[in-house]
Design a protein around this ligand. Structure first.
Ligand SMILES: CC(C)(COP(=O)(O)OP(=O)(O)OC[C@H]1O[C@@H](n2cnc3c(N)ncnc32)[C@H](O)[C@@H]1OP(=O)(O)O)[C@@H](O)C(=O)NCCC(=O)NCCS
Length: 178
């Protein structure tokens, strides 16, 4: 297994979109695969053009895409950050969101490659050398494997029971990185 940054090609982006659609069709997410494929590709292209410290890292098992992680710097004006900032306690906002921080926006590992350290390697790679003091992410409360994974990686649940619009209940996890 090797990790490498996205080469910017449509072929790699399509492989990421396919994996995302497959993984997030699973419970507890139940996302529509066609809509997922379209929306993740659009978001990645937009973030690549607009976000500070944009990172998309792919994990390869030969020619097989085993997983990927997407992250970027976020600050005032980022859609997710602004909604979360309005829901969490002041100290959580000051300590973890700060004026700017790193956000792990997506992490997915193909079912056949799970429990073999792929997500651990991806998370290490995406956080390596990022120029922020803290990292945050949103996780569905019902996504217990993901919550166990992040707990093992030293992430703290700094807010729980959040809902953005009619979305399922979310937690915010955070970690000191700098
Ligand atoms: C969560 C996810 C990324 C973990 O990927 P992974 O490559 O299997 O994780 P790793 O092999 O690096 O796991 C490291 C540790 O995390 C914990 N962990 C991972 N999956 C777990 C599970 N299903 N149940 C309990 N603990 C789990 C374990 O402590 C594991 O160590 P171990 O295998 O030695 O017991 C993967 O299950 C996935 O893609 N899930 C669907 C998408 C998702 O929920 N993404 C996160 C969105 S916030």
């Amino acid at each position: 297994m090797r990790t490498a940054a996205w080469d910017g090609s449509t072929a790699e982006l399509d492989a990421v979109a396919e994996l995302y659609a497959r993984v997030f069709a699973e419970p507890p997410y139940h996302e529509d695969p066609d809509e997922s494929r379209r929306s993740i590709s659009e978001r990645i292209r937009r973030y690549a053009d607009t976000k500070a410290a944009f990172r998309l890292i792919l994990a390869w098992d030969g020619n097989d895409l085993a997983g990927f992680v997407l992250g970027m710097g976020i600050s005032d004006g980022d859609w997710w950050r602004d909604r979360i900032a309005g829901l969490v306690a002041d100290d959580v906002r000051r300590t973890w969101l700060r004026d700017e921080c790193f956000c792990v926006a997506e992490l997915a590992v193909a079912p056949a490659h799970r429990r073999s350290g792929v997500a651990t390697a991806l998370l290490t790679a995406v956080l390596d050398g990022v120029p922020y003091k803290t990292a945050v992410l949103g996780c569905q409360a019902a996504a217990l494997p993901a919550r166990r994974f992040y707990a093992r990686e030293g992430w703290q649940e700094v807010a729980t029971g959040l809902r953005i619009g009619d979305s399922p209940e979310q937690c915010v996890l955070a970690k000191t990185i700098g």
